[in-house]
Design a protein around this ligand. Structure first.
Ligand code: HEC
Length: 145
């Protein structure tokens, strides 16, 4: 399983820089992602990795990309987050997922900021989903933009 090994090492590489939590498990992350399928697809152009709904943005390559970084029609709150230069990594994703609405308010320091993304995950599941998204995304050496 050389493929799996190289995914694992990419994730390990991505996570070694993060002080806050243990490495996520990509396989568990793919399962946990079922909670997202109603609204999120993961697709690299025509290559669909996880087929879901389109009510939310494509999450392919999320880890390493700026907030509101696709052509999806984001809320002004999510766009404002992107304009601060915010880039998704496993750490801030895990924090965001525990309370997306609160996270955006706090990060923007704006109580009126309203993201339309409301689905929560427990920290452990979020770390797993981050690991899975990183494992199916472009290599971390490509600079997220
Ligand atoms: C009911 C629909 C819905 C569900 C379910 C949902 N999302 Fe979302 N998500 C959205 C919408 C809509 C946005 C855009 C939010 C905005 O513009 O404020 C979004 C945005 C996001 C973003 C920011 C993306 C970016 O490009 O910056 C992330 C990360 C995210 N969702 C992760 C998840 C994860 C992980 C799950 C599953 C645990 C999930 N979402 C479940 C609707 C959903």
């Amino acid at each position: 399983m050389t493929v799996r090994l190289s995914f694992a090492s990419l994730i390990a590489l991505a996570l070694t820089t993060l002080p806050l939590h243990a490495e996520g498990d990509p396989e568990a992350g793919e399962k946990a992602f079922k909670k997202c399928r109603a609204c999120h697809t993961v697709a690299d152009g025509d290559r669909v990795i996880f087929k879901g709904g389109k009510a939310g943005p494509n999450l392919y390559g999320l880890i390493g990309r700026p907030a509101a970084g696709t052509d999806f029609r984001y809320s002004s709150a999510m766009q404002a987050l992107g304009e601060t230069g915010f880039v998704w990594d496993a750490e801030n994703f895990t924090e965001f997922m525990q309370d997306p609405v609160g996270f955006v308010k706090t990060t923007l320091d704006d109580n009126g900021a309203r993201t339309r993304m409301t689905q929560k995950l427990k920290a452990e599941d979020a770390a797993d989903v981050a690991a899975w998204l990183a494992s199916v995304g472009p290599a971390p050496t490509e600079s997220g933009s």
